[in-house]
Design a protein around this ligand. Sequence first.
Ligand SMILES: [Ca+2]
Length: 366
Amino acid sequence: MKSLIQYCLVVLLLCPLLVQSCKKETESAGVSNLSLSAEVSSDGSGLVNFTASASNANRYYFNFGTSANEEGTRSTTGTISHRYTSSGTYTVKVTAYSADNKSAVVTKEISVSVNSSGEENTSPENYPGMSLIWRDEFNGSSLNTGDWTFETGTGNNGWGNNELQYYRQENVSVADGFLTITAKRESFGGREYTSSRIKTQDKKIFRYGRIDIRAKLPKGKGIWPALWMLGNNISTVSWPQSGEIDIMELVGGGPGFDNTVHGTIHYENNGTYATTGKSFSLASGDFSDKFHVFSLIWDATELKWLVDDVQFYAVNITAPAMSEFHNHFFLLFNVAVGGNWPGSPDATTILPQKMMVDYVRVFQKQ
Ligand SMILES: [Ca+2]
C-alpha cells in the first residue's frame, strides 16, 4: 500500500511536468509572446512607428484601424510606419504568422493627434481652368521607374560642377508617402560622399503648366538640393541650348543659406550663355524645419517662381533668344554634395542629410 501511494505521488508530481512539456512543444511550433508597441509622432504629422515582435513569427500583417475593409499591410520585420491623416483613436491589429501558418493576434488602441502644423504648406489638388495631368505622391514602396530614371555615377567633371558625390540608386527610398534622397558621407567609387539624382527624361515631359513640389530640404555647408528641369532635347542640342529651369536650389551653410532658395534659368542668347535668377528667404527658420511648396507657373509669356504660393520672381520669355523655354522639359530631383557653387562640406556639416518630397503635381490649362 505504501509503495502504491508513493507511486501515485510520483505520477502526480510528474503530471504537471508532462503537461507543461507538451504545451511547450505546441507553442514552439506556433507564435508566442506577440507584443506590439507604437511610437506616435508628437509633431502633428500623424506618423506612427509600430514594432511588433513575437517568438517564432516570420511575418506580420498590420491593420491600422482606419476603415472596416482595410487590407492588412505585410511586414517581415514587424517594424512599419503609418501616417494617419486625421486625429482620432484607432484600434491597431497585428496578426503574426509562423512559417507553418500558425497565427497569433494582438490589438492596441492608439490616439493620434494630427494638427495644422504637421499639414501646413500644402497646395490644392486642382486650380480653376486647369487639369492635373501628372502626379507622383510617392505612395508606393519604391520609385516608379516607369516615370523616373536613376542617374548614377560621377558624371563629367562632377556633373559639370565639380560635385563630390557618387550618385547611387541606394540613396533613394520611397516610404510613408515620401520620396527621400539621402546624402551620406560614404566612400564609394573613389568618392567620399554618396547621394541620388533622378529624372523623368523621355518619360514625363512638359511644355507649360503649373508644377507644385512639396518638399523638406537638407541643410549645411556643401549641401546642394535641387528640384529642376532641363529641355528634353538636351541630348541632341546640348546645354545651354536645351534651356534649364531651376524651380528650387538651395546651397546650405548656416544663416542666410539654409533659409534661402533660388529660382534660376540658363539658356543660349544669340551665341552666348545667359542666366538670370532671384532668391527667396524665409522670415524665420530654415527650409529643413518643415515642408514648403515650391512652384513654377509657366506659360507662353512668362515663368513665375513661388514658395507656398507667394510669387518671388518672374521672367518674360517672349524674346526670340528664349525659344528654349517653349519646348518640352523634364524634371530632375537631386542632392549634390560640394561643387563650384556651394563649396565643399566642412566641420560644421552634419551628414547624412535628407531631401524629402511629399509630391510633385503638374497642371495644365484646359
Ligand atoms: Ca506624398
